[in-house]
Design a protein around this ligand. Structure first.
Ligand code: HSE
Length: 427
């Protein structure tokens, strides 16, 4: 049967229950896969009375983290509580006590990942976090290991299932944001408070974690520009469709040579781009490396069993290192200090929808405002009317964001412009 490795689970929510199930399902395979048997000997929960039926042996349930910390037989701690505290303190204490840690905690890794990985290394222990980004999709290990010999220049991801579900619904059925959000909530995709998803914070955290590994330079959540999907309308999606584009909430990280771009915002992408076909609650991450070229990872970005799959993959890695007495370093190899660009410094094409007075000379006035601010127009569409006003959709050439903002400021005060309804970046 090989070695017995004791594991403590911190949290028995959705992901914790999945980990418990996968652990049980894999029990017969462990002697073959690991030359060891993994046993959950403690589960930290706040209310043990709620979980009496959820586990085979309720005596493993505890409310006291010290019991886990002071148990020398436990060598792997799996943190699936989420949030910053008390998860951060538990992880730090576990590492200092000589335990390996596996976590699914993106909030924590996106702000304190560097510090925690440093601490793991100082203590000769592993801190693994595959499940923190895109649930069941393997992306952390590929970035760290399989693609390690590449100079990675770009990561573009759909890494939030809730918003991808909402935008897919709006695209397929022509409904507006609010009913699409309501359905996402009914189906359990969106949280009661969906702010972190719909404002792009969740995707921003995942992007920070991936970018730090890919570019070998620290990117934290605070460095990521975030803009959500609450302002996207069915009308914008319909215009995008007629032009051959799809609107997605993208997490974009680029190492451009003069700095790192790290941003989450809605974006128009061509219908032919592989990311445009990622529908519903699915996630995908597109990576460009100098040697490998383009690679794309696709799958379930959340949920009980997909996330447990990623957590357990990490647990198996630690178990193998334990059995064969090898030290698997989990350092993220951050050895560069690349400046991070502000959103005003990025260059992009822009989709602008505006309502303007319907009379001769208006287009000329608008064109001259753009021209005076170094913005070149690529395409103009005038399709429908809004009351007595005309609705214009303008696609610009690639331009620095600062110039677009300057132009929009002046347009906003021009008497012929009623309002600029939407500005969406174009891939
Ligand atoms: N709320 C996230 C999503 C899953 O909708 O993708 C957890 O990261």
């Amino acid at each position: 049967m090989g070695k017995r490795i004791n594991v403590a689970l911190l949290g028995l929510g959705t992901v914790g229950s999945g980990v418990y199930k996968v652990m049980k399902n894999q029990l017969p395979e462990m002697p073959h896969k690991l030359n060891a048997e993994l046993v959950i000997t403690k589960i930290l929960v706040r209310h043990p009375e709620r979980y009496q039926e959820s586990v085979e042996d309720p005596s493993v349930l505890t409310t006291d983290f010290q019991e886990i910390l002071e148990d020398p037989s436990i060598s792997i701690v799996v943190e699936v509580i989420g949030g910053i505290e008390p998860a951060c303190t538990y992880i730090m204490q576990a590492l200092k006590a000589g335990k390996n840690v596996v976590t699914a905690n993106k909030d924590l890794m996106a702000v304190k990942g560097g510090e925690l990985l440093e601490l793991a290394d100082e203590n000769g222990r592993e801190l693994r976090f595959e499940a923190s980004v895109a649930g069941g999709i393997p992306i952390i290990s590929p970035l760290k290991d399989s693609l390690a010999a590449n100079e990675i220049t770009e990561i573009i991801g759909i890494v939030n299932g809730t918003t991808n579900f909402i935008l897919s619904k709006m695209t397929d059925e022509g409904v507006d944001y609010k009913p699409a959000l309501a359905e996402a909530t009914d189906l359990g995709y969106a949280e009661a408070d969906p702010t972190a998803d719909v404002e792009g914070y969740d995707a921003g955290r995942k992007l920070a974690i991936m970018a730090s590994i890919a570019f070998h330079s620290r990117v934290t959540f605070d460095d990521v520009y975030t803009e959500g999907i609450t302002g996207i309308t069915a009308k914008d999606i319909a215009y995008a469709k007629t032009l051959g584009w799809v609107i997605k909430l993208l997490a974009v990280a680029r190492n451009t040579g003069d700095g790192i771009e790290a941003r989450v915002h809605p974006m128009l992408i061509p219908q032919q781009h592989p990311l445009s076909t990622v529908a519903g609650s699915y996630n995908a991450v597109f990576v460009h490396g100098d040697a490998v070229g383009d690679v794309m990872f696709y799958g379930r970005g959340a949920g009980e069993m997909p996330t447990a799959s990623a957590v357990m993959g990490d647990v198996f890695s630690v178990a193998r290192h334990t059995v064969y007495e090898t030290k698997g370093s989990t350092k993220d190899n951050v050895y560069r200090k690349i400046p991070i660009k502000t959103i005003d410094e990025i260059r992009s094409r822009y989709f602008l929808r505006m309502e303007v007075e319907d009379k001769p000379g208006v287009l000329a006035t608008i064109a001259s405002i753009f021209g005076n601010n170094s913005v070149s127009i690529e395409q103009v569409i005038q399709k429908s009317k809004v009351g007595d006003d005309a609705e214009l959709v303008i696609i610009t050439s690639k331009v620095r964001e600062r110039h677009i903002k300057d132009a929009l400021l002046i347009l906003g005060s021009a008497s012929v412009v009623r309002r600029v309804a939407t500005m969406i970046r174009v891939y």
